[in-house]
Structure formats: C-alpha cells, structure tokens
Design a protein around this ligand. Structure first.
Ligand SMILES: [Ca+2]
Length: 258
C-alpha cells in the first residue's frame, strides 16, 4: 500500500477560523482505504478521530467542521494510522491568511520533486504544479498591462514571467538586472509563467559582471601587488607582538617570585 498523504491544509482561513478550517487527504492507491482507528493529530494536545471515514481510490477526502482549532503559528499536523504510525506530517511556522499549505509537484530542470507551498486553496481538487526554471534575466522588470520580466531558460528559450503587486517592484528592478543568473519557481498559465519565488545565483552573477566590464581587468594585479607588500608587513607585526608577549611573560616570571 502506498502512503496516504496530507495533501493540503487551511489553518488560517479568511475571516473566522473556527469551523472554516480543513485538512485534505489523498489516497494514491487503486483501492479504497478505511480510516477507522486512524486520527489526525492537529496540535500538541488535540486530535481528530477519523472513524467512519473512507478515502476512495486515487481520491481526496476533506476533513472539515472539526471541533478543534488549528494553530496559526508553529504547528505540526500528523496523520496517524490504526497501528499508531505517523504516515504523513506537515509543519509550519506561520499560516498565511486565506492561503493553504499544499504538497505541490515541482517540475524542475533536474528531476521532479515535491514541496509544501503556501498558495490559493484547491480544496478537493488536485494541487498545483510549479516549475523550477534556471536561466538568465533578459529584460528587466517593467509595469505594462502586467508586472513582468523576461528570462532565457537553459535551452535559450525566452519566457515571460508575470508577478503580482505583492512583490516590491523597486527591489525587483534593482536586483534583476539583465544578464543576472536566476532560478525561479513559477506556475504555468497559458503562454506565460506566474512568479511564485525567485533567487539570484550570486556567485555566477559576480563572474558575469567581471567578464562584462573589461576595464576593471587591471584591478586584480594591482590589488594582488598590494597584498604582496602587505604579507611581510603583517608578518613583521606578528613577530613584534610575539616578541612583546614573550618579553612581558619573561618579566612576569622574574617578578612572580615575590
Ligand atoms: Ca487540493
């Protein structure tokens, strides 16, 4: 049997939390699973008994209208089977209002993987798929009909990346310079991508900048020459300190007999 998973949870619904929170389970197996004697540990001292619930084959089951309340900060939700084994677990430090924590599929430049991501809820529906794309910024962020920038992926294909106003536009414009190596996490939407997260690959960015400005090429020999002069000076200071300490301790030994 494949593991039943906690596919999504909404600990902090918009408005009143009590009665509006839910936990979505998913059964990846080709047969129905009876959850009698299973439970969901919803907090340190609270749990929901799942007696009477059956999760159908390849289907979701939403647990809702429970009498306990999910904490909005620093919490763990555990799915415990009839043998007392924890079969799945999600944890969070800060539940964003109106957003659910869902197990999303990440299609990457490397192998596919999964991650727990806060996003708009997909109750009783398949969770979203996100794309991890590595490449370089082509055109810098601009405000047109949409907030967007373009990047070239590893296959040299130009992709349009839209982002919403929750991103700080000024910060993005100052950090996403044309040519910056970047890795993004985005959701695919007909013909473009919606940005979820991004990271600038720092080390490569430094190399690219150095290569792009040949007039700075004379700087390294100069600084290494300065370094060359600095080494004997540091060594000399070191010797002087050592001699000073040695001298002091000798004097201490001499006076320590009193
Ligand atoms: Ca879902």
């Amino acid at each position: 049997m494949q593991q039943i998973i906690i596919s999504e949870a909404l600990p902090n619904p918009t408005g009143k939390d009590m009665g509006n929170e839910w936990i979505e389970l998913f059964n990846p197996n080709p047969e129905n699973i009876d959850l009698s004697s299973w439970k969901i540990q919803t907090g340190a001292k609270s749990s929901i008994k799942l007696d009477g619930n059956i999760v159908s084959a390849k289907s979701f089951l939403v647990i809702e209208n429970f009498k306990t309340q999910l904490k909005n900060t620093d919490n763990k939700i555990l799915l415990i089977d009839d043998f007392g084994n924890t079969v799945d677990k999600i944890e969070y430090t800060d539940a964003k209002e109106g957003r659910s924590l869902s197990l999303a599929k990440i299609v990457g430049t490397t192998e596919a993987k999964t991650a727990h991501i806060w996003d708009s809820p997909t109750k009783n529906l398949p969770n979203k798929t996100f794309y991890e794309i590595e490449g370089v910024v082509e055109s810098e962020p601009e405000i047109g009909e949409e907030f967007s920038f373009t990047m070239k992926d590893k296959a040299d294909k130009t992709l349009t990346i839209n982002f919403d106003e929750t991103y700080q536009f000024d910060l993005m414009q100052s950090t996403l310079a044309s040519g910056s190596p970047i890795v993004i996490l985005a959701e695919k939407d007909s013909g473009h991508y919606n940005l979820k997260n991004y990271q600038i690959l720092e080390t490569k960015a430094a190399q690219t900048t150095a290569g792009a400005k040949p007039e700075q090429a004379s700087a390294p020999p100069q600084s290494s020459w300065e370094l060359f002069l600095l080494i004997p000076i540091i060594a000399l200071i070191g010797v002087l300190i050592f001699l000073g300490k040695f001298g002091k301790s000798t004097r201490y030994e001499a006076t320590g007999k009193f």
